[in-house]
Design a protein around this ligand. Sequence first.
Ligand SMILES: [Zn+2]
Length: 304
Amino acid sequence: MDEKKITLDMEKRKCPLCNTESGRIIYAECGFSLRACVDCSFIYMDPIPTFLALQKIYDDKCDFSDEVMKRAIKGLEDWGRELFYDRVQALKKYKDKGKVLDVGCNFGFFLKMLENAGYEVYGTDISEPVVRYAQKNMGLKVINSTICEAKFPAEYFDIVTMFDVLEHLSDPFSDIAEVYRILKKGGLFLLTVPNSGVHLLKSKIVSLLPFLKYYKGNFTGTPFKANEMGLPYHINHFTPKTIRKMLMKAGFKKIDFDIAKDRKYDGRIIRGCLRKLYGFITRVAFKFFGLYIASELSVCATKE
Ligand SMILES: [Zn+2]
């Protein structure tokens, strides 16, 4: 899709972690800016599209025609199978049964795998068509709502999962606090978010090396220019330090980081080898130097 000139209603925003207005601009692309909070170092987009404007850009991005739905489902079944399987295995390491809620559960493929592995599963998603699919075609208990609107009872779940959701929310702390409330004591919160330090570095490298000018970044095919930081869709940018701070603010005390398993080759040999090499380096850096340089943060927080 060609880049179009789009005007969005925007609003000012305070730091979602410490609620101050002391952010200084560290990145700008296609008219959007990221700030780093001077007080807590959280990186966030400011200003952001208003709630209605955000809803509209997601609606515009999502084409739910039968053909597109079929393609999305097929794609998720193909590349998601391995990813979801790995996530089920990762979860089993912590708890091998219990009540699980997946926030932003999409079509429900991951939940179905969990159900087949013996868990009691629930899901929420704000997209109505995918919720309908999860309910009708997968037979899952999935609600069309945010986690806060769903009003689950306190201390209800053994595990809550939230994969690639927090970077999209205007108030990520409220959702994390709600996860803490609905988890049983000893319950686990497993989440993934992009590792912003790695993406900021990548965007710097791309801007400094002219032969990489064809590198596009995230969210190609949307009405906005694709960019490494995923603006305007990714409005929160976490580092190991800031995700830890936000989880601790919500009450979590035990917070562990992990590195997700490498994906298999996708048919492109050189790209596959480079990925393997990057995966190897990230594991060595993590294990021996405590450095987290994977492009995605994988976190497990326990409610004690
Ligand atoms: Zn702050």
